[in-house]
Design a protein around this ligand. Structure first.
Ligand SMILES: C[S@@+](CC[C@H](N)C(=O)[O-])C[C@H]1O[C@@H](n2cnc3c(N)ncnc32)[C@H](O)[C@@H]1O
Length: 269
């Protein structure tokens, strides 16, 4: 499964939903409480997981603009089942080129998930400066933060994790990616712009019976390690084989660290 394939996004969505930090989500919901209708723009929406996570917690009239540069994901997002009163407008757009276009107009909240670890520091600066200029609150969930725990341990885990974190910092289309530094960089940038920030961890905690996602994660990490190239092919394959055996035997569990952030301009709820 590729990084943004609909199959991968569907596989990870329940784990993302379970992981979202409740305190951050509560702060987002509280900030919109009592609004008769809300206008929300979700950037890098994929198939619409943030809408599915947030919409049931918000008021009855919600207008969502869903922005992504992948037309096939956007088509799925715009045809998803959703509660009455929730409208969706797909916005096909490349965030590296046309970010500002999607921030203009009346917007009560910008949301995103699993995006900030893909972007560069300069793109993050552009996002934070542009939203601050418009006084828009931002809910950015599920930024990978570099923490990985695998049980049972394996002698090659440290080398694989090092390679994964190095791969995280390679260019994903926005320039050199922030990778594990993204969450904390976002908090620092929003605070420097006078925002109030609520943040918390949103780790994937994946148990021994959750085999399909573990198989995909381990395969993805082995692929990342191959691209970085510090570990030999033989060692990488041997590691992946031991990991797959442990998953198949129901002996494997993993925790993957993420950070959720809700940043709002001071003075706004
Ligand atoms: C990891 S996925 C997250 C999708 C969704 N937010 C979720 O949590 O399921 C990253 C998303 O960013 C989108 N994306 C990547 N680069 C983009 C760009 N330059 N402009 C717009 N969207 C982009 C991808 O198409 C994909 O939907």
């Amino acid at each position: 499964m590729s990084g943004f394939s609909p199959e991968w996004l569907a596989l990870r969505e329940p784990y993302d939903l379970r992981a979202r930090c409740p305190a951050v989500l509560d702060a987002v919901v509280a900030s919109l409480k009592g609004c008769p209708s809300v206008m929300i723009t979700d950037i890098a929406c994929g198939t619409g997981s943030t809408l599915r996570a947030l919409a049931p917690r918000l008021g009855p009239v919600q207008n969502w603009r869903l922005a992504d540069n992948d037309l096939s994901l956007l088509a799925r997002a715009s045809t998803m089942a959703r509660p009455a009163g929730v409208t969706v407008k797909p916005v096909p757009l490349d965030l590296t080129r046309d970010l500002e276009a999607v921030l203009d107009g009346p917007v009560d909240l910008i949301t995103t998930s699993a995006l900030l670890d893909l972007v560069s520091d300069s793109w993050l600066e552009r996002l934070t400066v542009e939203v601050a200029a418009r006084s828009i609150p931002v809910y950015a969930a599920l930024s990978y933060d570099g923490r990985i725990e695998i049980t049972p341990g394996d002698p090659f885990d440290a080398a694989i994790v090092k390679a994964v974190n190095e791969h995280q910092r390679t260019d994903k289309g926005f320039g050199p990616a922030l990778g594990p530094a993204a969450g904390h960089a976002a908090i620092a940038r929003f605070e420097a712009l006078g925002y109030t920030v609520v943040n918390g961890t949103s780790d994937w905690v994946i148990g021994p019976n959750e085999r399909d996602i573990q198989m995909e994660i381990f395969a993805g990490w082995a692929g990342a390690a191959r691209e970085i190239g510090d570990l030999s092919l033989a060692d990488t394959v041997a590691w992946l084989t031991r990991r797959r055996d442990a998953v198949a035997a129901g002996r494997s569990s993993i925790r993957v660290g993420h950070v959720d952030v809700f940043a709002r301009p001071k003075g706004k709820r």
